[in-house]
Design a binder for this molecule. Structure first.
Ligand SMILES: NC(=O)c1ccc[n+]([C@@H]2O[C@H](COP(=O)([O-])OP(=O)(O)OC[C@H]3O[C@@H](n4cnc5c(N)ncnc54)[C@H](OP(=O)(O)O)[C@@H]3O)[C@@H](O)[C@H]2O)c1
Length: 294
């Protein structure tokens, strides 16, 4: 039977409406407008487009947002000074420095300079430590988007065996840690796989919920999936396709056609995890503004 489609665009729309209501309530009750600062260094076209999308989305739901465009030649010290200013700016509740940064800037140093209370991207070591210990804090946007997708589509995570393929700091490691916590929308038994995993299909076939965050087009095939599993495809890959008007198209890490005939539910690419990421940034910014005592 064909799998149920977990529609990230629809779920993301629902959550944005909830965040918008939260923003309006905060303005009315406390006179606080949540504020987001997005910092872009250099002119990487993909980064420029992500930053534009984030500012536009924030603006649309009533979050104050400002964009700081810095030259590619900006020094590490200059960038640290910008972060420091934003750390102390009471209008700003969330700071996001768009990655990757130019090679001459130490990304970890910049991320660590953001005050954890404004770390809406969730990459600060304190935020990552809070995931490990299961204490409240900002969760990185893509993993949080995955957790919300599962929750809003009624997938039971508690007690399930989740297999995550990929151990990156931005997706694999945080989602694995989040779903193993003793808390709501978690409580799973989690296995993490990577490029050195022996006989990967024999492990992925154990998954009740399979999360693919690999970065290899259509890598997960039907023989790697258990009948009735829930499949979350995080991958964003562009492949050549002469039949497509642009000569290429976007695919995930999962071979959608065949896996969707075996899974019980699956996220499409595009339209699955992707739309959730920016929405979670807005969600985190609202949470930050709500938590702000000033
Ligand atoms: N939808 C979104 O908003 C969003 C956000 C972030 C990322 N993404 C997409 O998600 C994908 C993963 O991103 P990422 O940043 O996590 O990638 P990454 O940093 O390149 O990590 C990829 C992971 O996949 C593992 N891997 C690679 N080849 C493998 C193989 N043959 N067998 C098993 N594991 C293998 C790697 O193992 P090793 O550790 O052993 O090298 C690594 O842990 C990409 O397509 C990216 O574009 C989407």
């Amino acid at each position: 039977m064909a799998a149920r489609i977990i529609d990230g665009t629809e779920i993301s729309g629902r959550i944005r409406a909830e965040v918008q209501s939260g923003v309006e309530a905060l303005k009315k009750e406390r006179g606080t407008t949540p504020g987001l600062a997005v910092v872009l260094v250099g002119d990487n076209p993909a980064s420029k487009s992500y930053v534009k999308g984030k500012n536009k989305a924030a603006h649309e739901i009533g979050i104050y947002s400002e964009q700081h465009n810095l030259a590619a030649t900006t020094t590490e010290l200059e960038l640290l000074a910008v972060v420091d200013r934003l750390n102390h700016d009471p209008k700003i509740h969330g700071i996001l420095v768009q990655l990757p940064l130019p090679d001459h800037i130490d990304e970890q140093k910049i991320i660590a300079a953001i005050v954890p209370d404004k770390d809406v991207d969730g990459f600060h070591p304190v935020s990552l430590g809070r995931i490990m210990t299961g204490t409240p804090g900002f969760r990185p946007c893509t993993p949080l988007g995955i957790q919300k997708l599962l929750s809003y589509s009624g997938v039971t995570v508690a007690g399930s065996h989740v297999v995550v393929v990929g151990r990156s700091n931005i997706v694999g490691k945080p989602i694995a840690n989040m779903l193993m916590q003793k808390e709501a929308d978690a409580d799973a038994t989690v296995t993490v796989c990577h490029s050195r995993t022996r006989d990967l299909p024999s492990v992925t076939r154990l998954a009740d919920i399979l999360i693919a965050a690999i970065g290899r087009p259509e890598f997960v095939t039907a023989d790697m999936v258990k009948e009735g599993a829930v499949v979350i495809d995080v991958g964003i890959n562009r492949i050549e396709d002469p039949t497509h008007p642009k000569g290429q198209r976007m695919v995930g890490d999962v071979k959608f056609d065949e896996v969707s005939r075996k899974a019980s539910a699956i996220t499409p690419v595009p339209g699955g995890v992707g739309p959730m990421t920016i929405t979670m940034l807005l969600y985190n910014t609202l949470q930050s503004a709500k938590a702000c005592k000033a």
